[in-house]
Ligand binder design. Structure first.
Ligand SMILES: Cc1cc2nc3c(=O)[nH]c(=O)nc-3n(C[C@H](O)[C@H](O)[C@H](O)COP(=O)(O)O)c2cc1C
Length: 340
């Protein structure tokens, strides 16, 4: 049995978290991961639309109806994510209205922007919910710590989906954060999809490991079968960083990705956002929407991490959550037994 600060504080059995993967839904997946003894995370699935706040609430209600275990959620606080302020305000309100939700929703992860606004709202209105923020480089982790977050999700450049301009690897980042902020709760994310990875991440100082692509290729995830099927044969070289809605994004090199082209600089991206006509913005979003609405994995954007090079079968969530942890435990024990 591996105990960490996160398993103890969150009341979970295994130090495994499912990474948020909006605009895709991970509601069933969150239930399965939490039921398996890890921490499932509901994604900020909606990109736009009048119903996005109502939709988010329905996902949370679904989770508490289907499990009694702890779980978390993600809010992307990007400038162009127009519903984030309302969501940040509503989440504590929903928790206060529903004692079961309050008891189970213990982890609020913000990303794709700054942690300050969420910190201000949640510290006051949901002080019993752990606020974590995604940090892709040490200087940004400094800001997360300054803002008062309880924890950091250190996410390196090898990870799938939303990325940063920093290009720091998970390997280096986890060590940097563990050394500089030993008192902060730390989740390692990006590049994990094996028991060896889980063992290494914990050994470097992470209190839990979050995985995205590995969980897409699981029986219980609500990703379409043709999406899952692309991950199995893909190698670690089959992904590329390109320009997404909130900055760089790591996608599978399919037709859409190759035509969409190389990542823009931060300055170019900001200029693009400021000059965006609604039509252009909607066209970008459409590339993501057609993947889940129509299953179009050719003309649509397919976010995956370099971890697709480690994944060779679709697994049951239990085999990932408890199976990987137990194998990591064996690996760590073996390593310890080699020390004289
Ligand atoms: C399909 C997909 C969608 C993602 N969407 C989000 C998101 O909405 N918010 C976020 O913070 N990160 C998002 N990410 C990043 C993941 O939370 C996580 O950092 C990444 O999956 C880790 O790398 P891995 O896939 O190799 O495990 C997404 C990743 C994927 C694969």
């Amino acid at each position: 049995m591996i105990k960490t600060r996160i398993t103890e504080k969150f009341g979970i059995k295994y130090p495994i978290i499912s990474a948020p993967m909006g605009p895709f839904y991970t509601t069933e997946l969150a239930v399965a991961v939490s039921e398996a003894g890890g921490l499932g995370v509901v994604s900020h699935a909606t990109l736009r639309g009048k119903n996005s706040v109502k939709d988010f609430k329905e996902q949370l209600d679904y989770v508490v109806e289907h499990t009694d275990k702890p779980f978390g959620l993600n809010v992307r606080v990007a400038r162009v994510q127009t519903d984030h302020r309302v969501l940040l305000r509503k989440i504590p309100q929903w928790r206060n209205e529903n004692p079961k939700l309050r008891e189970q929703l213990i982890y609020g992860l913000t990303s794709a922007g700054g942690p300050r606004l969420a910190g201000k709202m949640w510290n006051e209105k949901a002080p019993d919910m752990y606020h974590f923020h995604v940090g892709p480089a040490l200087w940004l982790v400094d800001k997360i710590v300054e803002s008062g977050c309880e924890g950091i999700v250190a996410t390196g450049t090898e990870g799938g989906g939303h990325q940063s301009y920093e290009g720091v690897t998970t390997l280096v980042l986890i060590q940097q954060v563990a050394q500089k902020y030993p008192d902060k709760l730390l989740v390692g994310c990006g590049g994990f999809a094996s028991p060896e990875g889980v063992a290494a991440g914990l050994a470097m100082g992470a209190d839990a490991i979050a995985m995205g692509t590995r969980f897409i290729a699981s029986t219980q995830s609500e990703f379409r079968q043709n999406y899952k099927d692309l991950i199995i044969p893909a190698t670690a070289r089959d992904t590329m960083l390109t320009t997404g809605g909130f900055g760089p994004i790591r996608l599978l090199k399919n037709k859409y990705c190759l035509e969409h082209g190389k990542i823009m600089t931060k300055e170019e991206k900001i200029a693009q956002e400021l000059s965006y006509e609604m039509d252009e913005y909607l066209k970008d979003l459409y590339a993501y929407e057609i993947v889940y609405t129509k299953g179009d994995v050719v003309d649509g954007a397919v976010p995956v991490g370099q971890t697709c090079g480690l994944i060779d079968s679709i697994l049951n969530v239990d085999d990932i959550v408890s199976g990987y942890t137990k194998k990591a435990e064996v690996l760590l024990k073996k390593l310890c037994s080699n020390i004289s």
